[in-house]
Design a binder for this molecule. Sequence first.
Ligand code: SF4
Length: 147
Amino acid sequence: MRVVSACLMGCECRYDKKSNLIMDIEQLVREGTALPVCPEQLGGLPTPRNPAEIVGGDGFDVLNGTAKVIDNQGNDVTSQFIDGARQALRIAQTVGATEAVLKERSPSCGSHMIYDGTYSNSKKKGVGVTAALFIQNGIHVSSEETK
Ligand code: SF4
């Protein structure tokens, strides 16, 4: 079993209430070999919501308390992102998932690149908060671009 970002199977759970549908990933869910999760919704954030970026590091830094997740209005949404990551991990562990395919560049789900925290459309190497927590707990994380 693997976990996938819910937006990749067509759920309109992105900050702008759109999806990132990829038919191959929808098919995995259809076959019952993948379970969709949206960490930001699981953390209690609404949809639509303000876009957010990690400021001062990446997902590992958020988990160890040295970086924050801030939305484009300046609101600190770090606790919601951490709560969502924990809930997503709980689901993944409950179904025995050993792999996750997560949306690249998301502050929750990115596994290689994330936006750099300046809201200037610039990216940097790093992982999102949920991807970091999954990696820390032995779940192999890839993206829709590297699966
Ligand atoms: Fe998709 Fe992850 Fe963002 Fe939810 S948190 S919309 S699953 S990229």
